[in-house]
Design a protein around this ligand. Sequence first.
Ligand code: CS2
Length: 402
Amino acid sequence: MGRILHIGVGNFARAHLAEYTADAGGWRITGVSLRSAAVRDGLRAAGHKYALAVQGRGVRRIGVFDEVLVAPEDPGAVLARIADPEVAVITLTVTEKGYHLGGDGRLDLDDAAIVADLAGGAPRTVIGYLARGLAARRAPVTVLSCDNLAGNGARLGAAVAAFGEAAGLPPLGGFIGFPSAMVDRITPATTDALRAETGCPMAVATEPFREWVIEDAFAGPRPDWPGVQIVPDVAPYEMRKLRMLNGAHSLLAYAGTLAGHAHVHEAVGDADLRGRVDALMTQTAQTLPAEMQDAAAGYARALMQRFENPHLAHKLRQIAMDGSQKLPHRIVAPLRELVASGKDASALHAALEAWLGFCRAEVAAEQPLEDPRHEEITRLITAGAPDSALLGVIGAADLARD
Ligand code: CS2
């Protein structure tokens, strides 16, 4: 029996990591919530089981979590579990903003939450927790990021090391692995209808498709997750998924909301938007490594089918959140590569412009922007700043076409 410590017990982890781990058998998960007690209380009330509604395959009860720690209530318990030799794998789904990285992909040492964590006391960020917890670690452990960042493992390892150095902690032991990974499963927010249908307040709905490719850089034992590919280099898979799936998603989220749609399946049913998504996928596929080129058109077709799925009711506004953290990986990086090689990048430029249009429309409608950089974005828009100034927020001022 092995144990995983999972930080960030949201819907995605409950639809992806937890189902894979249930399928593997023999492992249990200690969840960690960095903020609220809601998931801990909900799972506890349900005997640590929740309903996973896999579209077309019925409802399955998943019981791999056997405890959930709420970090603000007991930070010491979380730090102790990070150092605990019983825990062989620490997994994370904390979303892009949970890493507190700057535009250069390194830990932002001026970020207010990181500054507070460096000052000492109970950590608030996952980086603070990992750096302080791993400093006391003596047994091998794999720290596995499951978030949509390019080079997620390498960036996480570097961020934890940078925090440790700034905090004067001893260097990380060589027995700690930070593999990079590509994770994929479209998982919308839970609706009241699903809760009522399953009788489970913690229920999660997801699509039948799931994929997980992990760099072969484990530092100790791991579950025998069925169907997971363990590869020497995950970058090609990660680039394909981030640039094609997530890039198309972000385009749909901003342009689709501006066009009056609410859900992904409705947006791809709109001929104009569908054409723009096709163009974005074709253009961005040109940036993928050679070995991904032949299969790119088939991958794009399969994505379009997943987007067309009407049963998921995947809200565009869910995807639109945190654009400042998502776009650098999904749009800005491939756009720069296309521009540098003189290739057509018009659909990616248009995706950035859709983000700008979305932000401006939200500010005009006095809707609060859901983005960690909302203050800066709102201030610039209110002052009538040009595209270049707004794109500066994501380190892409030079990509403005105004
Ligand atoms: C989406 C992702 O919300 C978003 O930003 O693009 O959550 C997407 O659904 C997943 O990465 C699919 O694996």
